[in-house]
Design a protein around this ligand. Structure first.
Ligand code: HSE
Length: 398
């Protein structure tokens, strides 16, 4: 099977390496599309081209792999490929989260496959599980840590007392972080992934702008102290829940987690996706969410599935109205008392500019731009959470 590969960064290189190592699979990367003509390239015996149209126009290519970070370029490429009746494997969570309904309809209409296992949770075969095993099981809820960079930053800050900016730089050097790390630490990247998870689980799609995401940038020593004193950990948690009337609740928020939470032990750049099945109960998928070979492995698995003619059930996408009425129990640290009022926070405790209270996802979404601009730190909290660092551990009390 002949493959055209667009993008030769971490993911593209990992995939190409695996294809050449596993030569017995009968897969061949025949053409590689890149952006920068000046960059030195390894002598692989494969032609490099800076024009994606070369890949699109090459009839001998059976499948196109898209592994570039750009949003629009990737969209145009994947769309054109599907329109020309090519199978596509993409690793571009941002592009897919924005254009999934259109692209999945195009794939269906042209009788080709659009697969993107690598776009969610890196190496973890969670979309394959949702599209296969879970076709006959009802998923009621998904909670996940699907941004390796944020989890790495949170782990290093809490365990080693490292400064935020230094750890973000380290994550960039290790190749986990996006070119613009705001996508990671601001909770955008995990938002794209939870949108894709919800789409695969329920066939419901939500536009990224309609989904709440707040990040970990404003996290301070104060929160780390509060967490440590109470035996908790701070994580960036993506959630998706289907309500009884078929609507979907989606959000990405920092959270203080108790030790009995399944996501509590997930450290460094590791990802975890917890799926609640109606009859089958809880399932936890844990693995490498980023990195060249882990992500390349997921791309290869998709390409191989296409080669073998295995199809993945991609549900018909409907834009479902989101349910933003759910209330969350929150910790909010802000210097602006007016923000507390705007968010409609029903305050139960206040101490040193930090508030505990309840409000709805909808209220947070309505004022999300102000919350971000204000530098407020906001996180969900478990029962028994206290604003004093010397209070007894929540875990011990539970
Ligand atoms: N920047 C992403 C992360 C890479 O940190 O998880 C994998 O999608």
């Amino acid at each position: 099977m002949n493959i055209g590969l667009l993008g030769f960064g971490f993911v593209g290189q990992g995939f190409q390496q695996l294809v050449s190592e596993k030569y017995w699979l009968g897969l061949h990367v025949r053409q590689i599309g890149v952006k920068d003509p000046a960059k030195p390239r390894p002598a692989l015996g494969i032609p490099f081209s800076t024009d994606p149209n070369v890949l699109l126009a090459e009839d001998s290519l059976d499948i196109l792999v898209e592994a570039i970070p750009a949003l629009d370029e990737a969209y145009q490429f994947v769309k054109a490929a599907l329109q020309r009746g090519k199978h596509v494997v993409s690793a571009n969570k941002r592009m897919l989260a924005h254009h999934l309904p259109e692209l999945s309809a195009l794939a269906r209409g042209n009788g080709v496959q659009l697969r993107y296992e690598a776009a969610v949770g890196g190496a973890i075969p969670v979309l394959t599980a949702l599209g296969g095993y879970f076709q006959t099981e009802v998923v009621t809820e998904i909670r996940a840590i699907v941004n390796g960079t944020s989890n790495y930053v949170l782990t290093k800050m809490a365990d080693e007392g490292l400064a935020y900016a230094d750890v973000v730089k380290a994550a960039q050097a290790l190749g986990f972080a996006e070119a613009d790390p705001t996508l990671d630490v601001g909770g955008y990247d995990p938002k794209f992934k939870i949108i894709l998870l919800a789409a695969q689980a329920w066939g419901t799609w939500a536009a990224p702008d309609a989904v709440l995401n707040l990040g970990i940038q404003p996290l301070g020593v104060h929160e780390l102290d509060l967490a440590r004193a109470q035996g908790l950990r701070i994580k960036l948690v993506s959630s998706a829940k289907r309500t009884a009337d078929g609507r979907v609740q989606l959000s990405v928020l920092p959270a203080f987690l108790r030790p009995d939470d399944v996501l509590f032990p997930i450290r460094e750049e590791i990802n975890a996706i917890h799926i609640q099945g109606q009859a089958s109960g809880p399932h936890l998928f844990v693995g490498r969410g980023a990195g060249s070979l882990p992500t390349g492995t997921a791309v290869l698995a998709d390409v191989r599935a296409v080669q073998l003619g295995q199809t993945l059930q991609l549900p018909a996408m409907a834009t479902t109205p989101l349910d933003s009425s759910a209330n969350v129990q929150l910790y909010l640290r802000t210097g602006q008392a007016s923000l507390v009022e705007k968010l409609g926070l029903e305050v139960s405790a206040v101490r040193d500019g930090a508030y505990l209270g309840t409000t709805s996802i909808g209220k947070l979404l309505q004022h999300v731009t102000e919350v971000r601009a204000s530098g407020a730190f906001l996180a969900t909290v478990p029962q028994g959470f206290s604003l004093t660092a010397n209070s007894p551990a929540v875990a011990a009390r539970a």
